[in-house]
Structures are given as structure tokens and as C-alpha cells.
Design a binder for this molecule. Structure first.
Ligand code: KG4
Ligand code: ZN
Length: 333
């Protein structure tokens, strides 16, 4: 079954053709990074305007690279939530139009579920399992019962993990996008040069919740208070210590969630799943089997949308033209 997947929820304009939910025949990602760099963040107005300009070329290129025509597709899939509304509406309206003129079945999918599905595209992960979704807009620990059924166990109560990376990078002018810049800089730094604080959340009512605002404030406004005696306050040391603290919060919560549920498989998704420290330390947790997507499927892409779309379409589950775009997460909690 051939599915065309379209993704425009944030600043990547992406499309892909995937066979049977797994075999990626093409994946085109037109990134807007250069257009948002000077603002050190995604400007929604610019993002949706560029999607409008690029979407038909990106879809055409995905079909061309796969060597197939629209008429050969068995179905279409598109991100409808969560994300920037103006951006989502470009992809959603585009796919609705394609579906309308071609008469093809189509499905509106959830971006968060697609990020978890990205790991499932390349690994056989026994269900149920835990999921860690870490992106620029979200930080969620979920229980995954199947591609569609995910229950939120924990989430950030303030900033998202990727957002904390982005804000630290912005403040210290480390480069854009921030996560990649911090990760790169941290490689040459000493991760115990600063001892940044861990958040003190109510362990009984929300044992898996996470908070990044304290860490962000410490790194940006109180950095020198946390310098370990005898260590140098270099940017690389700061990046490495921040990264250790930011990622350590995730791995601590995953260890707790695994112990409480008895689920030891963890699928990771979202832009921060590309982080080298997370990719190294999560699999080191005792008893944990960590499943990461390949790098190309970590950040936003159309292949994971086509992949998860296949799971619905093959079961005959389709959307109608009334389907709205939604900015918020609607996983169960
Ligand atoms: O999933 P994604 O592409 O877009 C959203 O849905 O938000 O995630 C983008 C986020 C950004 O905050 C970016 O800084 C972060 O993922 N990111 C990273 C790394 N690569 C991307 N964060 C830490 N380390 C990385 N290597
Ligand atoms: Zn994403």
C-alpha cells in the first residue's frame, strides 16, 4: 500500500512516499531554518507563508523521487495537530484538495503519535511500551498501547525540552537551531563543570512530570552560582553541564516510569531524540531497551506521517473534509 505523507506543522515543509508503513521510497524535507535564524526561533507568519509557496513543489518532488504518480497512491496522510495553526492549515488544505480531486482516501494524523511511530518504522518494539516524545514544543512520557492509543503519564509543566535547548543557545548566541548547536558544543565540554539544580516537583501527585524553567533560569541568570570549584566557566563546559541536567531529567523519569509499569521498552521521538547524550545515556539505564528513530526521522518529516497514516488507512479509517487543524495535543491522560 502506497501512502503520500505531508507535514507542515512547524517550520519543515515535508512530503514522503512510504510503502506499507515502513519502506521509505522518498522523503523530501524543505527546511525553513535560514528564514527563521535571525529571529532565533520560528516566526509563525513566515512559516505559513513559506509553506504556501513550497508545498506543491515539495509534494511533486516526493512523488518524482519515488517514481510514482498521485494516481498510484492508495491513500494520503497529513498532520492535522498539534502545531502552529497557520502552518498546519497549509498542509491540511493541500491534502484535502488532493483527496477531493483524486477521490483518494485520506487521513488526518497526530504529529506526536507520528514521532513515536518513526521508531516503530525501523524497529519491532513489543507493545505495550513507553514513549518519550521530546521536541521543540512538547515533552511527554506516554504509555503506548498501539499506534493510536497513547496515554500521557508525564509532561513538562512549563518549557519543552527542545525549547530549553533553544533558549539557552539564543541567550549565549551559540547558533540556530539551538539543540544541534548545544549538542555539538557540549561534545568538547566538561559535563561536571557546573552543578545545575534539579526541579523539585511533587513526587506523589506527578512523579513523571518535568520542569525546565528552573534549569533555564539557572543557566541563563545564575550560571556562576553553580560553577564547581576549580572548573572553568567556558561555553563548552556550560553546554555540556546544561545538556547533562536537561537530559538527566528525562532519563530519571523514564527509569521511574519503567519501574512502576514494568515496561522496559522505550521508543523515543521528536527533534531531541537526535541528541547524542540522550542516545548514549538512555540505553545505559539498567533494564531499559531504548529504541530511537534513524537521524533523518528524528526531526519533522513526511515519512513518519505516511507511516502512521498507513496504519489507519489499511484498517479503512479515513477523515472527512470537515476535519479541523488543532494547535493542541489531544492524547489521553
Ligand atoms: O520535532 P521537531 O523537529 O519539531 C517540533 O515538533 O518541535 O523538534 C525540534 C526541536 C528543536 O527545539 C531543536 O532544538 C531540537 O528539536 N533538537 C535537538 C537536537 N536536534 C534538534 N535538541 C537537542 N539535541 C539535538 N541534537
Ligand atoms: Zn515534531
Amino acid at each position: 500500500m502506497l501512502v503520500l505523507g505531508v507535514e507542515t506543522s512547524c517550520d519543515e515543509c515535508a512530503a514522503a512516499v512510504v510503502e506499507d508503513g515502513r519502506r521509505v521510497l522518498s522523503s523530501v524535507v524543505a527546511t525553513q531554518i535560514d528564514f527563521h535564524r535571525e529571529y532565533y526561533g520560528v516566526v509563525p507568519e513566515i512559516a505559513s507563508r513559506l509553506h504556501t509557496q513550497w508545498i506543491s513543489g515539495v509534494v511533486e518532488e516526493a512523488l518524482g523521487k519515488a517514481g510514482v504518480g498521485l494516481n498510484e497512491m492508495d491513500g494520503l496522510a497529513v498532520t492535522a495537530r498539534p502545531g502552529l495553526l497557520g502552518s498546519l492549515m497549509v498542509g491540511l488544505s493541500f491534502v484535502k484538495s488532493l483527496a477531493w480531486v483524486s477521490g483518494k482516501p485520506w487521513i488526518a494524523v497526530d504529529h506526536m503519535k507520528a514521532h513515536i511511530y518513526a521508531a516503530r518504522m525501523v524497529h519491532e518494539i513489543p507493545l505495550p511500551h513507553l514513549g518519550l516524545i521530546v521536541s521543540g514544543g512538547h515533552t511527554l512520557i506516554v504509555r503506548v498501547d498501539d499506534h493510536d492509543t497513547m496515554t500521557v503519564m508525564g509532561k513538562t509543566i512549563d518549557d519543552a525540552c527542545g525549547e530549553a535547548f533553544d533558549k539557552v543557545a539564543k541567550f549565549y548566541d551559540l547558533g540556530y537551531p539551538g539543540g544541534v548547536a548545544v549538542d555539538r558544543l557540549a561534545a568538547g565540554g566538561d559535563e561536571v563543570a557546573f552543578r545545575f539544580p534539579k526541579p523539585k516537583l511533587d513526587k506523589r501527585s506527578s512523579p513523571y512530570d518535568i520542569s525546565y524553567s528552573g534549569l533555564k533560569t539557572a543557566v541563563i541568570n545564575q550560571r556562576d552560582q553553580f560553577l564547581v570549584a576549580g572548573k572553568e566557566p567556558t561555553p563548552a563546559n556550560m553546554a555540556a553541564s546544561f545538556q547533562k541536567a536537561a537530559i538527566g531529567m528525562l532519563t530519571d523519569r523514564i527509569a521511574l516510569a519503567a519501574e512502576a509499569t514494568g515496561l522496559c521498552d522505550v521508543a523515543v521521538g521528536g527533534g531531541v531524540s537526535a541528541n547524542s547524550y540522550l542516545r548514549k545515556t538512555l540505553p545505559e539505564l539498567p533494564g531499559i531497551r531504548a529504541w530511537f528513530p534513524p537521524m533523518a526521522l528524528c526531526t519533522d518529516n513526511g515519512a513518519m506521517i505516511a507511516g502512521i497514516g498507513y496504519e489507519y488507512l489499511r484498517r479503512g479509517i479515513v477523515s472527512t473534509l470537515e476535519e479541523p487543524a488543532r494547535s493542541r495535543v489531544i492524547l489521553r491522560s
